[in-house]
Ligand binder design. Structure first.
Ligand code: GDP
Length: 310
């Protein structure tokens, strides 16, 4: 083990988000101290971040803080997705260097890869072709974050690493239909159609795109594994290998929710990238495997939605 967590002060940046919450649940099982910053600390403000680091002296940092959203939010608010993410990661990475943090884990996303990258997408595909236009702003910021970690390793000897999770879902997801990703959107639309006695659920696009999904608790487990065991320049994919078409996903969610109506495909909405599955073999070769099936994960996500909103 390269970095034992026992007794460490670990700062989870982005603790109010779905990933941050999962990290806190997972780290609570370790003998470490979890630090979070109050809402008043705006991670886009350098002085604010620097002050918080000086006062709280974290020994390790996980960057789960980001401006995130689904295909519509990304496409319609490009400046926020680029600026906010650049500022958040740059401020946290620089503050971690100044504070001499022993470890930092930066989280990105599978959308960093070229739109037409060979599938499953290996780590080496980074910057080998044009990005998917609907999320290129977010992707550019996340690519900069990976490179910041690499640059800080080279120039300052910081043990900063990055992980790129596939599409995530789970408890604490964003269910706002304009901003959310496909799973929370379909959970909400299906539950609403059921409650209203509607016959149809509208699914964006053709239903043909393929996506890989991972429950956020699996990601949190992978993060703990990487913190402990990984120290190198290359970012590491965190994939589930569970790929499904959007149409089949909609049917699976309908089945779990007990919705007997029809799916209607709104082809005026974008499909986005045709296929996006990660090659997760590098992480698996290190000895980590996901453990939550898509079906079990969706049951958990639907339970979370109903508990929070019904
Ligand atoms: P992406 O993986 O970056 O494309 O992000 P999303 O999770 O937002 O979308 C994944 C796919 O699901 C795209 O092809 C969307 O068009 C499709 N999709 C179908 N219905 C919905 C919906 O209600 N909301 C969202 N966000 N996507 C949907």
């Amino acid at each position: 083990m390269i970095f034992p967590l026992s007794g460490r002060r670990i700062y989870v940046a982005g603790d109010r988000g779905m990933v941050g919450q999962a990290l806190i649940r997972r780290l609570a099982r370790e003998d470490c101290q979890i630090l979070t910053a109050p809402r008043s600390i705006d991670l886009r403000e350098q002085a604010s971040v620097r002050g918080w680091f000086a006062d709280n002296a974290p020994e390790a940092v996980i960057i789960a803080a980001a401006r995130v959203g689904g295909i519509k939010a990304n496409d319609s608010r490009p400046a926020e997705f680029l600026y906010d993410n650049l500022m958040i990661e740059a401020n946290l990475i620089e503050a971690a260097r100044q504070q001499q943090c022993a470890k930092l884990l930066f989280l990105g996303s599978s959308c960093i890869y070229p739109r037409m990258a060979p599938q499953p997408i290996a780590e080496e595909s980074l910057m080998t072709g044009p990005l998917e236009p609907t999320n290129q702003w977010y992707a550019a910021a996340k690519i900069a974050g990976i490179m910041l970690c690499q640059a800080y390793r080279r120039q300052y000897g910081c043990d900063f690493i990055s992980a790129m999770p596939t599409n995530l879902y789970g408890p604490g997801d964003n269910y706002d239909l304009d901003g959310s990703h496909v799973i929370p959107a379909l959970i909400r639309k299906t539950a609403a159609a059921q409650a209203a006695g509607d016959e149809t659920v509208v699914v964006w696009g053709t239903g043909k795109p393929l996506r890989e999904f991972m429950h956020v608790d699996d990601l949190a487990d992978a993060c703990v594994f990487l913190l402990r065991n990984y120290s190198d320049e290359s970012h590491v994919n965190v994939g589930s290998g569970q790929e499904i078409s959007i149409a089949d996903l909609a049917a699976l969610i309908a089945g779990i929710a007990g919705f007997g109506g029809r799916m209607e495909f709104d082809t005026t909405k974008p499909d986005g990238t045709p296929r996006k599955i990660m090659d997760g073999t590098r992480l698996q070769a290190m000895g980590w495997m996901p453990s939550i099936s898509l079906r079990d994960g969706l049951i958990d996500a639907l339970r979370d939605y109903r508990a929070r909103f019904e």
